[in-house]
Design a protein around this ligand. Structure first.
Ligand code: C2E
Ligand code: MG
Ligand code: MG
Ligand code: MG
Length: 284
């Protein structure tokens, strides 16, 4: 009896494991095919200068329009892509697309791409990014690479080489989601970040108050001293924009300005932005 139960149990676990493996394999295969089938696209969300209000850059955010499951958020498939290694191909594709679009915009507009820790750790992954830039014919100085601070917990030689190679090529690095992980000043001291993005949990939500505002001010002051841009994420209201501007943040991003939008809408945003300042910049 006990033996039978044990057998059933191990059977159950085996089935569960098999099912999970099959599910991953499916998503992995679907993801690889998704690129070919044109199911993936890149959306762009503007970053605005908090002093002038004008667009300075766009963050590229991947979207998957699955024929059956509908729109899948990146939080659902990026982890699978990371576990299966598909993220390398996917990440290079995303970078090439984002770079291609940015190359059509005015020279002073940059584009930011999110990098997975897996991409930084993979030996030789910097070549994939450099090739993507060449393919798109984009000046490397117009590509920003966003890495989340949690990445650096397991900092290794490959990641260091990746950052060195791409910095030498002219790309810049941004520390994303600052305040959600270890927020180590050691990372900021050691790596050549040009920007820090303060996580949106400091701007809105249950943890916002006197303390979070003081932290934003302190980070902004550090940014000014280090000649870095400090970006406030998740700006949904004018009050929040006013608050982070007063606290010393230099750039802002959020639904108040614009949600992430497809390429043609992003270009429209730029045209409109330039139209309001006709003398300030050449036409796109
Ligand atoms: P992230 O890099 O911190 O990107 C910002 C996320 O905040 C985006 O979600 C964006 O749509 C959302 N957001 C922007 N403004 C607001 C706002 O005002 N309010 C609120 N509530 N949310 C706002 P999204 O596009 O779902 O991306 C989620 C995360 O997935 C990203 O966080 C990033 O870590 C990852 N991700 C997205 N695209 C890529 C990619 O191409 N490659 C990699 N490796 N990761 C990506
Ligand atoms: Mg980001
Ligand atoms: Mg972020
Ligand atoms: Mg975030």
């Amino acid at each position: 009896h006990a033996k039978a139960a044990g057998r059933n149990q191990s059977c159950f676990f085996n089935n569960e494991m098999t099912r999970e493996l099959v599910r991953r394999k499916e998503i992995e295969a679907e993801l690889r095919a998704a690129i070919q089938r044109d199911e993936l696209s890149i959306y762009f969300q503007p970053l605005h200068d908090l002093e002038t209000g004008r667009i300075r850059s766009f963050e590229a955010l991947v979207r998957w329009f699955h024929p059956v499951k509908g729109e899948l958020p990146p939080d659902e498939f990026i982890p699978v892509a990371e576990e299966t290694g598909v993220i390398i191909t996917l990440g290079n594709w995303i970078t090439a697309q984002a770079a291609r679009v940015c190359a059509q915009w005015p020279d002073d507009i940059t584009v930011a791409v999110n990098l997975s820790p897996v991409q930084l750790r993979a030996p030789g992954a910097e070549l994939g990014i450099i090739n993507a830039l060449k393919e798109a014919n984009l000046d490397p100085r117009r590509l920003e690479l966003e890495v989340t601070e949690s990445l650096f917990i397991e900092h290794d030689e490959n990641s260091a080489r990746f950052i060195r190679a791409l910095t030498e090529a002219g790309c810049t690095f941004t520390l994303d989601d600052f305040g959600t992980g270890y927020s180590s000043l050691g990372y900021i001291n050691k790596f050549p970040f040009r920007k820090i993005k303060i996580d949106r949990s400091f701007v809105s939500g249950p943890d916002v108050g006197r303390k979070s505002n003081a932290i934003i001010r302190a980070v902004a002051e550090m940014g000014a001293a280090l000649d870095m841009d400090i970006v406030a994420e998740g700006l949904e209201t004018i009050e929040q924009i006013e608050k982070v501007r007063a606290a010393g943040c230099t750039l802002g991003q959020g639904y108040h300005y614009s949600r992430p939008v497809p390429e043609h809408k992003a270009t429209e945003l730029l045209v409109r932005d330039q139209g309001e300042h006709p003398l300030a910049r050449k036409a796109g």
